[in-house]
Design a protein around this ligand. Structure first.
Ligand SMILES: *[C@@H]1O[C@H](CO)[C@@H](O)[C@H](O)[C@H]1NC(C)=O
Ligand SMILES: *[C@@H]1O[C@H](CO)[C@@H](O)[C@H](O)[C@H]1NC(C)=O
Length: 782
């Protein structure tokens, strides 16, 4: 293991890094910071500042680029005109998280790309130059917060996402000349958390703080042990408003916690989280903050340090920089420009635990506190008294599925894949032609009344550019489409009586103008405007929830009343149920007939309705899949179909798209659910108790040049035979990052198309006879 050289330094500084008692709180300050400089437009979410090793070098910050072709960029904080100066661009794929680790052997930059789920660790040069990735590790899930800390063993990063967190040890392997040869990334801990966080930070007293969009602040101790930490709620620092970034300011005596909000930053003494010391606002009142970072040292232009922030206004998103001088001039906060992140490891991390009798746990576990106790506390995937053995959870399902070849690393036998070789890999056969939009979501399939092979795929483009619905044939060729206000989820209603005419309708929630948007589908599958096709939300909705914004949607044709319904939800989990009718002059009209909050009030989006059984299935992204009665006069009591792994279920957050395949009876058929961060799909029996059937994922199809599905969102499927090519219908899924054949990424999103037969009828699951549960003659026109 790498010898640690800075112990004395850390021990000396440990005292300085700990907070002291401070005098009684003075009156609250409010300071407005002018924006001194800003970058050009970029999809900014998080920033990290880098203190170069040499005082002569200028400081840098690293910001993410969250666009599909993104990665991260490096800027000098102070450019020639006061604006940050871009000095490097790295295209590692859509990235949201960046963090810096300081280490004597070399400073490191840690990034996490959503495109491929890889944590990458780069060496950072004195001059801010990012060298090659020295190590990488796949981490699956939807992660939204990263924070690092220095330790005697190297550095640690916490990566937190939808109700789940990991701690990784990042350890440099040096050559004889003390050059970094490689970086090892070892998981040391995994644990559940109560919310989806959007930021975290580590305080010098060894506490990890994290916060989420529910405005609550949580913390746990960053102890070197493998057991899950005890997470406690420590307050609601901004009175319940969404928290957008957390950072520590290391004062000379006090430690300040900066809590980002959409429109500013609240500053707290870390010992008194009950009441803030004051508020930082921005001179640009339209600026909405996403995250921020603090550079504490002074410079010619910013003598008291700089605040860097990821934010957006009407122009778009960017990174901005402001001098911190006004803050220290108009508050009693004490400036500390001498802060050096290399000086101290948080409490409990400055001294490696040693145990020669247990071979120091071979570097893959912690020595027991009681040295006489005979076994190490091994990292996940390691076992044995001295952590000298490798294990895999669930033993890679079975020897016919795969072998355990590394710590929790299975080598699977094709077509099995996934963490535990329990997921079937089924490549897509086609993808939709590029549609001119970067961001798609939930598609639908319209079944042709007479020639099933002429059925159509309807897709959503919710990005501003290209916004609308696209229409494709069953091989992904674009046939047409309509522009519209950023539709999110689209569904099809068949045979609605519009003033004596039976019409099929495509229904979506349009986010741009917060309406229910409806188009007629002609008998040849074209989308055309329909009278009353734009349904604004009734004012009563704003009485229910001021911030209601349309998000996910699905449709219901009641077998009991013959009525047509539209369900539409907001992220808050409020579901609105509308009955669709016509006015006397032949226009569509909607009436709100029911509303309820779904699940545990976590974020919801995708839903589908089982018409014959009158059941609504909805995904609550961080928790699981729920079922509700669909009739408006029934009580909105939900039943959990399955929950996420953190609660012992088989789903992975985000639980996103939900679709349904009908069987020949009301008891047969399947529900298919997409798990976004995992890009896997779970299949359940349609009828209670909704037994789990299988999981699949969509890898590259090299032969046909159709790329794999990443960060999957919406999904739709039908089991109806759609011509000879698709005897049991198709599954259509959203693909976030459309990877180009020769490497790189295409800017337009696509949807992937595969046969349901290739999933349910795959050779390795043939004996389950799953296709028998599909009604390949199901016809919504009957
Ligand atoms: C795991 O699988 C391997 C090989 O397939 C087998 O030898 C071993 O006994 C299994 N271990 C457990 C705990 O089932
Ligand atoms: C449309 O529905 C609303 C809500 O039920 C109703 O108040 C209104 O009168 C209807 N409009 C027409 C023109 O029928």
């Amino acid at each position: 293991m790498r010898p640690s050289r800075y112990l004395t330094g850390a021990a000396l500084h440990a005292l300085l890094c700990l907070p002291y008692a401070s005098p009684a709180a003075a009156e609250k300050f409010e300071v407005t910071l002018p924006i001194d400089g800003r970058t050009s437009l970029i999809e900014s979410d998080t920033a990290a500042v880098y203190y170069p090793d040499s005082k002569k070098s200028s400081p840098f910050f690293i910001g993410n680029d969250g666009s599909a072709e993104g990665g991260f960029k490096v800027w000098e904080i102070y450019g020639p005109q006061g604006s940050p100066k871009e000095v490097g661009e790295y295209k590692t794929g859509r990235t949201k998280l960046v963090e810096i680790l300081y280490d004597d052997a070399g400073d490191l930059l840690v990034t996490l790309s959503m495109s491929d789920g890889l944590i990458r660790v780069f060496e950072l040069g004195k001059d801010g130059v990012v060298g090659d990735a020295k190590g990488q590790k796949l981490v699956r899930g939807d992660f939204s917060a990263i924070c690092g800390l220095k330790s005697a063993e190297g550095g640690y990063v916490y990566v937190l996402g939808k109700r789940w967190g990991y701690k990784f040890l990042i350890r440099e392997k040096l050559s004889k000349g003390r050059k970094v040869k490689a970086v090892e990334i070892v998981e040391t801990q995994e644990f559940g958390i109560p919310i989806e966080p959007n930021s975290c930070t580590v305080s010098p007293d060894g506490r990890v703080f994290f916060a989420g969009d529910n405005g609550k602040l949580f913390s746990f101790l960053a102890v070197e042990e493998t057991a899950p930490p005890k997470v406690v709620e420590v307050g609601e620092p901004a009175g319940g408003d969404e928290i957008k970034g957390l950072k520590i300011y290391h004062g000379k005596k006090d430690t300040y916690l900066f809590v980002g909000l959409e429109d500013g930053i609240e500053v707290f003494d870390i010992k008194k989280l009950g009441s803030s010391l004051g508020t930082i606002k921005f001179a640009d009142g339209d600026l909405e903050l996403n995250d921020f970072a603090i550079y504490q040292r002074g410079s010619k232009s910013h003598s008291d340090g700089t605040l860097i922030y990821a934010g957006e206004n009407d122009d778009g998103a960017f990174f901005g920089a402001s001098s911190l001088s006004p803050l220290f001039e108009s508050s009693k906060l004490k400036v500390n420009t001498k802060y050096d992140p290399r000086d101290c490891a948080p409490k409990g991390h400055s001294k490696p635990k040693k145990c020669a009798a247990l071979s120091d746990c071979n570097g893959y576990g912690y020595c027991p506190n009681d040295k006489k106790a005979g076994t190490c506390d091994c990292f996940p995937g390691f076992a044995g008294k001295t952590c000298n053995k490798i294990t895999c959870s669930d033993n890679c399902t079975s020897s016919s599925h795969g072998k355990c070849t590394g710590p929790n690393t299975c080598t699977c036998v094709s077509p099995w894949t996934g963490d535990k070789c329990a997921t079937l890999a089924v490549p897509a056969k086609y993808e939709t032609e590029e549609s001119g939009g970067a961001d798609g979501d939930d598609p639908a399939i319209w079944i042709h009344p007479t020639d099933k092979s002429k059925s159509r795929i309807i897709t959503t483009v919710k990005s501003e550019v290209g916004s609308g619905l696209g229409v494709y044939d069953l091989r992904g060729k674009r046939i047409g489409g309509v522009s519209g206000g950023e539709p999110n989820n689209v569904d099809v209603l068949y045979g609605f009586d519009l003033a004596g005419r039976k019409v099929d309708l495509a229904v979506a929630g349009c986010r741009a103008d917060d309406t229910i948007c409806i188009y007629e589908i002609t008998s040849t599958g074209e989308l055309v405007d329909v009278p009353g096709g734009v349904q604004p939300l009734p004012t009563a909705v704003k009485d229910l929830e001021k911030k209601f914004k349309v998000y996910g949607s699905c449709v219901y044709h009641s077998p009991k009343t013959g009525h047509y319904h539209i369900f539409i939800n907001s992220k808050s989990s409020l579901y609105l149920q509308f009955q669709l009718s016509t006015t006397s002059d032949g226009k569509l009209n909607t009436t709100l007939v029911r509303h309820f909050y779904a699940g545990n009030r976590g974020q919801v989006e995708g839903c589908v309705i089982d018409d014959p059984n009158s059941r609504l299935f909805l995904g609550e992204e961080p928790y699981g899949l729920w079922s509700y009665p669909a009739e408006p006069d029934e009580p909105a009591v939900g039943t959990l179909v399955d929950n996420t792994v953190v609660d012992g279920g088989k789903l992975h957050a985000d639980v996103e798209g939900v679709t349904l395949v009908y069987g020949k009876t009301k008891q047969e058929g399947y529900i298919v659910v997409s798990c976004q961060g995992y890009s896997e799909y779970n299949i359940y029996q349609r009828y209670p108790p909704h037994a789990y059937v299988m999981s699949f994922t969509i890898p590259n199809n090299d032969e046909r040049g159709v790329d794999r599905v990443t960060n999957t969102d919406g999904i739709t499927a039908v089991g109806t035979g759609l011509g000879s090519e698709w005897p049991y219908g198709i599954v259509v899924v959203h693909d976030d990052v459309n990877e180009a054949a020769g490497g790189g990424v295409r800017s337009d999103a696509t949807f992937k198309i595969l046969g349901l037969k290739d999933i349910l009828g795959a050779k390795v699951v043939e004996k389950l006879g799953l296709l028998k549960g599909v009604d390949e003659e199901w016809d919504p026109h009957n």
